[in-house]
Design a binder for this molecule. Structure first.
Ligand SMILES: C[S@@+](CC[C@H](N)C(=O)[O-])C[C@H]1O[C@@H](n2cnc3c(N)ncnc32)[C@H](O)[C@@H]1O
Ligand SMILES: [Zn+2]
Length: 183
């Protein structure tokens, strides 16, 4: 007797999944813990097309142009694999592409045998949104295009990787100082 639609293998795969997809307060859809997850668990593989850095730059440029026209479109799903190749995760079977960024994330990434895994680095409670640090470097020209709505107490307001928070802070302080001088 089939209790769920789909093949038996699909049912088994579904039951093994540690996450579920729901609307997120941060942005669009997100991944949420389906059960309590122990620190150090591989949760989902970031899958997609293996592309060269040159292909990657082209895709990012096109997607960013789309995003400037329509904020709901043009998300970039490119993930660095190594010095030569990236993974373009913009394929529907790549559920990891829906994970949002947080300034206080509960997951990070690990590359094992050429595969990108999203892994919990703290214990996660059932229902919590799964997030990671997108690793965006601070860029004075375009950081304003990536406003962060992670809602965490540590939020710095923009999607900038934690190792660049000092650069962001310096830039914002300089900006405030200049504004004060001008008034
Ligand atoms: C790869 S998508 C993530 C999935 C997205 N929520 C969706 O439904 O398609 C990446 C985009 O999600 C948005 N995003 C992710 N984390 C965010 C956050 N903390 N605050 C605001 N927007 C976020 C940004 O627009 C980013 O370019
Ligand atoms: Zn944030």
């Amino acid at each position: 007797m089939l209790l769920l639609p789909g093949t038996q293998q699909e049912t088994i795969d579904y039951m093994k999944k540690l996450y579920t997809i729901k609307n997120s307060k941060k942005h669009g859809k997100g991944l949420f813990a389906k059960c309590n997850i122990k620190a150090g668990s591989n949760i989902v593989e970031y899958v997609g097309k293996k592309i060269t850095k040159a292909q990657s730059d082209k895709i990012a440029e096109i997607q960013l142009k789309k995003a400037q026209k329509n904020k709901d479109e043009g998300q970039v799903y490119i993930f660095t694999l190594n010095d030569k190749y990236d993974i373009d995760g913009n394929v529907s079977h790549n559920k990891a592409r829906l994970m949002n960024h947080s300034c206080n994330p509960n997951c990070d990434t690990d590359i094992i045998d050429g595969k990108i895994w999203i892994r919990s680095f703290v214990d996660i409670r059932k229902g919590d949104e799964l997030t990671y640090d997108y690793g965006f470097s601070f860029d004075a020209e375009d950081f304003r295009d990536h406003v962060c709505k992670c809602g965490s107490r540590k939020c710095v307001g923009f999607i900038v990787t934690e190792s660049d928070w000092k650069k962001l802070q310096k830039h914002l302080l300089r900006f405030i100082k200049n504004c004060k001088k001008a008034n």
